[in-house]
Design a protein around this ligand. Structure first.
Ligand code: ASP
Length: 407
């Protein structure tokens, strides 16, 4: 049945109805368990398109760059933007947490609570892990950094062989276009998926879970809002977009991020949306998948806020030098986080261990993790989109809107 309502609108309606159903379900004794598969189907569908979409669009992008130096410049600008904005994100989180003191005066029992510690990988291991031993294995396992690495080299190789590669180039362009279409088809299911996910989340995170930690959640959301207003919107304005056009253009990936708590799930939609808003294909097909893996401003904000919160609960003093250590650790831990639900909750153990916060604190915040994950995943996705638009503006002088068709 043809419908004239736009997809983001349908998704927004799905989200609102999901919240209403989630509030009502426990009241009328409805088991929301059977909504779960509908949400899971959505997450699986959108994750299904990620690897082939990124792989083909990135090869096509790299093959169209005649000069390797161009990509080097794009990569440098992108990485600088990622590190700088992530550091700003932690700083904003730390400042607000120090100001509002979300853990002050709270006494929460940590009896019987335990958490597993995440280890810091060495730099050598991180770098080695970018090179795939077997590219097919990397594709099969969805290892994004390895896929990016191989696709770039493959794309360059393809452009270097000139005429001999023309047929393959065309085929890969065709595959990329097809994957864009496939993503569009998959997204038709989004309103139902979003509805199911929101119903389950709201029904299982009622006020009784939320209330004791409401201040913590409030600080996290406030810091996220400040980050959008102080960092992203100025960047986007510089890129030539109004805040309204920017947020409207990203409605689909933002709703996906908010309802699935997985930035990996929002990747395809994010990439196509920024391209539609004028981000260059070369920049965005490289920077969005890369940012999806290493640029996590939302996770960084969360870790800063949670560290101060936990220190307050345990009465651990946090002088400025310790907070600077937290800043650095949060940037590293956010780079190491993956775009799946609850990833930052695992990575935060690395921060806590280093500054002497008991790991039980992790279990303490776990009850409201999903609610905070919704905000941080949305910010993670927004950060990548802002980066793609900003770097396009820096590279090309302006955005060229209108491509591609589906978002
Ligand atoms: N859920 C987040 C994401 O997918 C990661 C995290 O902060 O836990 O981006």
């Amino acid at each position: 049945m043809a419908t004239s309502m736009s997809l983001p609108k349908q998704m927004a309606i799905g989200m609102v109805l999901g919240v209403i159903a989630g509030v009502l379900a426990p009241m009328v004794g409805l088991d929301t368990g059977w909504f779960k598969p509908f949400g899971q189907i959505f997450i699986t569908l959108i994750r299904m398109v990620v690897v082939p979409l990124v792989f083909f669009t990135l090869i096509a992008g790299a093959a169209s760059v005649s000069d390797v130096r161009t990509l080097g410049r794009v990569a440098t600008k992108t990485l600088l933007y990622y590190i700088f904005t992530t550091a700003l994100a932690v700083t904003i989180g730390l400042l607000l947490a120090n100001l509002i003191q979300p853990g002050f005066g709270l006494s929460l029992s940590t009896e019987n609570l335990t958490a597993k510690e995440a280890k810091i990988p060495t730099l050598a291991k991180v770098l080695m892990d970018i090179i795939p031993l077997n590219p097919i294995d990397a594709l099969a396992q969805g290892k994004m950094l390895q896929i990016i690495f191989f696709a770039l080299i493959f794309g360059f190789g393809l452009s270097m062989i000139g005429e001999k590669g023309e047929t393959l180039s065309k085929a890969i362009d065709g595959c990329a276009e097809t994957m864009i279409k496939v993503t569009g088809i998959v997204m038709l299911y989004a309103p139902i998926g979003v509805f199911a996910l929101m119903t389950v989340t709201v029904a299982s995170h009622g006020l009784s879970v939320l209330l004791p930690l409401i201040k913590l959640v409030g600080v996290m959301y406030a810091a996220s809002l400040c980050h959008v207003l102080l960092v992203y919107l100025p960047c986007v304005r510089f890129a030539g977009l109004t805040p309204g056009a920017f947020l409207r253009g990203l409605a689909s990936p933002l709703i996906i991020a908010f309802s699935t708590c997985s930035s990996a799930a929002a990747l395809s939609s994010n990439m196509l949306s920024v391209q539609k808003m004028g981000a260059s294909k070369t920049v965005s097909s490289f920077s969005i998948p890369l940012g999806n893996t290493i640029n996590m401003d939302g996770a960084a904000i969360y870790m800063g806020v949670a560290a101060i919160f936990a220190a307050e609960i345990y009465g651990i003093p946090m002088p400025i030098d310790k907070q600077l250590t937290i800043l650095l650790l949060c940037v590293l831990a956010s780079i190491g986080s993956m775009g799946v639900p609850g990833a930052a909750l695992v990575m935060i153990t690395m921060v806590f261990t280093q500054v002497g916060i008991p790991l039980e604190a992790v279990a303490l915040v776990a009850g409201v993790d999903r609610i905070m994950d919704m905000a941080r995943t949305t910010i993670n996705v927004l950060g990548d989109a802002t980066g793609a638009l900003l770097v396009t503006r820096l590279e090309e002088g302006s955005l060229k809107s209108g491509e591609p068709e589906q978002a």
